[in-house]
Design a protein around this ligand. Structure first.
Ligand code: GLY
Length: 416
C-alpha cells in the first residue's frame, strides 16, 4: 500500500514513522512535508487547501491511501475531493469536520447526544461583550470561534485580560466564544472512528501554555506524555461510552458520519469527564508520544477506517512503558517566530521535525514549533529522561522548551 500523508508538522513526521514500521506499507509520500519527513518519504509540493491539487497529487503518486493531518484541509473538504477521485482517504468529510471547524455545530451535536460540556455563548457584536462577560467568570475562557490552532484561546481570572482578547478578536472580524471554565486535569483521547465503530487509542496529556508551571500564553502545544498514570482505565471506558460513541452515533444519525480521527479534549472534574473541545484530526504534539508506543500496524488501522471496515480490524496493541515529547520552539513563539536559524542535532533518533527546511544541506528553522523530541522508557521518569537527554544534543539559537513535560504526573501532583 502506498500512502500519501498531507501536512508538514511533527504530527505528520510521527505518522510517517509509524507507517514506515507497518510491513503492509510499501511506499510513503509526504506533501508538503519538512526537512525531517523528506528523509523518510518522497517529498512533494502541494497546496494543502486545494482538494483538486491533493487529489491530482494522489493520482500522480499512485497513492492507495491518503492521510490528511491538519484540520484546515479537512474543514475545506479535501478528503471529499480525494474520495471523489476514487482514492481511499483517512479524514472526515467537510460536513463532519465541522465538529472542529464550527463550535456551534459541536455544541449542538453534544447537546443532542447528551454529552457533558461547558456552557457557552457566541458573541459577534462588541456592544454585547460586557454583558456577556458578566454572565461568565471569575475564570474566563475566551476562544476564537473558528480554527486558531489553539492560540486563539485565553483562559484567565483577569476580566480585563479576557475583555481585551475578546475585543481584539471582534475587531478582527472573528466571533468570540465565551465558555464556562471546566475544572480538573485535561485529557486528550484520540479515537479512530468509522461511522459508529470507535477504536480508542491510549490517552495523553498536552501542555498548552508556553512556560513551565503552565505559565504564559497558550500555544499549539509544548509537549505531551502518555499513558496517564493518574487516570483509571475505567475513566477511559467512561469517556468512550459517554462521550465519543454518543457523538459518533449522533453524527451518523444526522447523515454526517465521522470517518477519521476524533480527538476529544476533556477536563476530568469532580462530576466526571466533560468535553473542552473536539478536533477532527490527530493532535499535535500528543500524536508524537502516542504513536511512539503503537506496536500494531498503523496503515492497516487507518486504511480500514477509510474503507469502512474498522470493525474487522483487531484492537491496537501498545508497547509497555511511557512516551514523552518535548517541543522545541523558535524564539518569540507563540508570537511571530524568528526563523532562518541553523539547527544542529536535528537528524538524530527521536527528533521529529515540524517547522524546518533544508538549506544547502543544513536544517534551518522555518516555523514556530520547530522540533518535537520524543523519548520512551519503562515509565514516565525514563521516558522524560530520554526525551530531555536527546534534546540536550540539539541546538536552535533562541529556541525554548518547557522543562516540566510530564513532571506533575511523575511527582503525583495530578489527582482526581
Ligand atoms: N494538542 C492540541 C491540538 O492538537 O489541538
Amino acid at each position: 500500500m502506498r500512502v500519501l500523508v498531507i501536512g508538514s508538522g511533527a504530527r505528520e513526521h510521527a505518522l510517517l514513522l509509524a507507517l514506515q514500521r507497518d510491513p503492509g506499507v510499501t511506499g510513503l509520500i509526504c506533501a508538503p512535508g519538512n526537512a525531517g519527513t523528506a528523509a523518510i518519504a518522497e517529498q512533494r509540493a502541494v497546496d494543502v487547501a486545494s482538494g483538486e491539487a491533493v487529489a491530482e497529487l494522489a493520482k500522480d503518486v499512485a497513492a492507495d491511501l491518503v492521510v490528511i493531518g491538519p484540520e484546515v484541509p479537512l474543514v475545506l473538504g479535501v478528503a471529499d475531493a480525494v474520495r471523489a477521485a476514487g482514492i481511499a482517504c483517512f479524514g472526515p468529510s467537510a460536513d463532519a469536520a465541522r465538529i472542529e471547524g464550527s463550535k456551534a455545530f459541536a455544541k449542538d451535536v453534544m447537546a443532542a447526544a447528551d454529552v457533558r460540556t461547558a456552557h457557552s455563548e457566541i458573541v459577534d457584536n462588541p456592544a454585547k461583550l460586557d454583558a456577556a462577560l458578566d454572565r461568565f467568570g471569575p475564570t474566563w475562557v475566551v476562544k476564537d470561534d473558528g480554527l486558531a490552532a489553539g492560540k486563539g484561546v485565553v483562559v484567565t481570572p483577569d476580566r480585563a485580560a479576557a475583555r481585551a482578547h475578546a475585543a481584539d478578536l471582534l475587531e478582527n472580524g472573528h466571533p468570540v466564544l465565551l465558555e464556562s471554565f471546566l475544572d480538573g486535569p485535561e485529557v486528550s483521547l484520540f479515537s479512530i472512528v468509522d461511522g459508529e465503530t470507535v477504536v480508542p487509542l491510549i490517552p495523553a496529556q498536552d501542555h498548552k501554555r508556553v512556560g513551565d508551571g503552565d505559565s504564559g500564553p497558550n500555544t499549539g502545544g509544548m509537549g505531551a506524555y502518555t499513558p496517564l498514570p493518574w487516570l483509571p482505565d475505567e475513566t477511559v471506558d467512561e469517556i468512550v461510552e459517554k462521550v465519543v460513541r454518543p457523538v459518533a452515533t449522533e453524527m451518523a444519525r444526522r447523515g454526517v458520519p465521522f470517518s477519521g480521527l476524533l480527538y476529544a479534549g476533556l477536563a476530568i472534574g469532580a462530576d466526571g469527564p466533560a468535553v473542552v473541545e473536539f478536533n477532527c484530526r490527530f493532535g499535535d504534539p500528543e500524536t508524537q508520544a502516542v504513536l511512539a508506543l503503537l506496536e500494531s500496524p498503523l496503515g492497516e488501522l487507518l486504511n480500514a477506517a477509510a474503507k469502512g471496515t474498522l470493525a474487522q480490524v483487531s484492537a491496537p496493541r501498545w508497547k509497555d512503558g511511557a512516551a514523552v515529547t518535548v517541543v522545541l520552539a523558535a524564539e518569540n513563539y507563540p508570537g511571530p517566530p524568528r526563523t532562518g536559524d541553523t539547527i544542529t542535532g536535528a537528524d538524530a533518533e527521536g527528533v521529529l521535525h515540524a517547522g524546518t527546511k533544508r538549506v544547502d544541506g543544513q536544517v534551518v528553522s522555518a516555523g514556530g514549533r520547530v522540533l518535537s523530541v520524543v523519548g520512551t522508557g519503562a515509565d514516565l521518569v525514563a521516558a522524560r529522561d530520554q526525551a530531555y537527554e536527546r534534546l540536550s544534543h540539539v541546538d536552535l539559537p533562541g529556541g525554548h522548551f518547557r522543562t516540566d513535560i510530564g513532571l506533575a504526573a511523575v511527582e503525583g501532583r495530578i489527582t482526581l
